[in-house]
Unconditional design. Structure first.
Length: 137
């Protein structure tokens, strides 16, 4: 190759003469995403409107689910309980160790038969609940 050609190759600014776009059809993926979102919304509605108290905790024992029936029974709103330690804040002292063990077992994937325990309401009343703790993923 001529050396003068090589040296001149980068002397001039390059001008774009077009754009090349490569795409793919994501219609099916979008349909699946929409369907998953719809199913998730249906499940959330089922949880929220269930005629039983449903509450959830994360791996640290902090409340991350609290349905309408839980609000009705305890008087605590979702906003009040989310992020709170369920056992330390809402379980009566004499049941804390047992409830903690049952919930830790459930978090570890070990199903536990229904286990009755009392919760404190916003008015400091004692309410007996009978949850069936199970792990969720």
């Amino acid at each position: 190759m001529d050396p003068s050609f090589e040296s001149n190759l980068f002397c001039f600014p390059l001008q774009a003469v077009g754009v090349l776009g490569v795409g793919q059809d994501i219609t099916e993926r979008k349909k699946v995403e929409i369907e998953k979102a719809n199913v998730a919304q249906e499940l959330q509605t089922f949880i929220d409107t269930a005629n039983a108290p449903i509450f959830g905790i994360d791996e640290n024992g902090l409340v991350n689910e609290w349905n309408n029936k839980s609000v009705e029974i305890t008087g605590f709103s979702r906003e009040e309980v989310f992020g709170q330690d369920l056992v330390k804040v809402y379980i009566t002292e004499e049941f804390r160790d047992q409830v903690s063990m049952v919930l830790n077992n459930a978090l570890g994937g070990q199903e536990t038969a229904n286990f009755e325990f009392p919760l404190f309401t916003k008015n400091q009343q004692r309410v007996e609940v009978l949850p069936g703790p199970s792990a969720r993923s």
